[in-house]
Design a protein around this ligand. Sequence first.
Ligand code: GLU
Length: 437
Amino acid sequence: MNKPVRTRFAPSPTGYLHVGGARTALFNYLFARKHGGSFILRVEDTDKERNTDEAREAIFQGLSWLGMDWDEGPGKGGDCGPYNQSERQEIYDSYFEKLVAANRVYADDGAYRFRFERKPITMHDLVCGEVTVDYTDESINPDMVVKRSDGTFTFHFVNVVDDIEMGMTHVLRGEDHLMNTPKHLQLFEAFGVEAPAYAHIPLILNMDGSKMSKRDQGAAIAEYATQGYSSEAVFNFLALLGWSPKDESEIFSPDELIEKFTIESINRAPGKFDIEKCGWVNQQHLAKLSAEEFAAAAAPYVAEAGIEVDDKYIAIAGSIQEKVRLLTEVPEMIGFFYNADYPFSDDALAKVQKNEAAAELLNQLAEALEGLGDWAEAKASIGATAKANGAKPGQLMFPTRVALTGAAGGPDLGAILEILGQNESVRRIRRAVAALR
Ligand code: GLU
């Protein structure tokens, strides 16, 4: 019988949560959820010099924002705690004693080295395939330090002890750890414990092929919310960095990703980080929301911009929903609805003025709209007014748009008329006529 799946994300809290770390967390999360297993958060905070509380918080917040709830770990508890390595010294000491008893460590300059078995070690990585490191030659692979002279233990040692103690069945981690794994397998063997299955996931590169650094645009997960991305879109985008489903589709909800994710479909080639694509993915996710959901998602950005919404807000947000790439664009796009004195863009006004008849056409339209009994006819009466005055509908459509919004582009004209209603539409058109004359 297969053991229940247990995976973990094991960040070192030395900086904010970046794209690479979040992607590693995500793959572990997806795999655990897919198999009904557990996803554990373990904080690898052994480097006292470089750890900060801000970094810990940033990692927790980033994971929470992305919706990756951990089953065990800080703030959650669990049977295998504590989940901060800094609190596990006794456990490490007892494991060290096992190595001492098995004569696998020896003192060297105050530190302790682990005696490698002098033989080839082959790992069967689920992504990278078979990788062999030959330990026969001691001068190439000298015994490694596991305990420092100050009594603290090294990364390799604590990482393996915790994966044993926390019962990990699968370890998905960055390819930068690939060559650590044979060392880890040596330790598992020394402890007489079966190692977890390993899957080393490809690096993430910039579009120009350079290695992505923590300073690159889009590297910090915390910035995505402020820049107007929805968390589900970022979740989706991260999954596509180094993984792709069998079919061509790319837009998935978290649940769909859980269903589709397999280790076999992790790519061997590096993931290309394309922030433009992230914008596109975001737009697709926003477009799928109901008008209510979209309005709610945009609300914080709208409030931040100082716009006080009213009962028309859902319809207003809905009118621009499909055009929005980033939620930060929403306040500017809907601003004219909430500003009776919205400015006319110079360019748009100049374009309207190219047609000398525009002001009079708009004046006629205001008359016609004012007399309209059924407001549902408003859009149709633009064409009718143009015709009645010997003009083409297009010659009045654009001026009407500029009159109602101040700008050359925006939501569908019919939606604008419906939302503004009769009085306000007529008032706005007359205001434009005055500006044109
Ligand atoms: N703390 C290590 C890192 O952040 C964890 C490596 C692992 O997942 O085993 O790279």
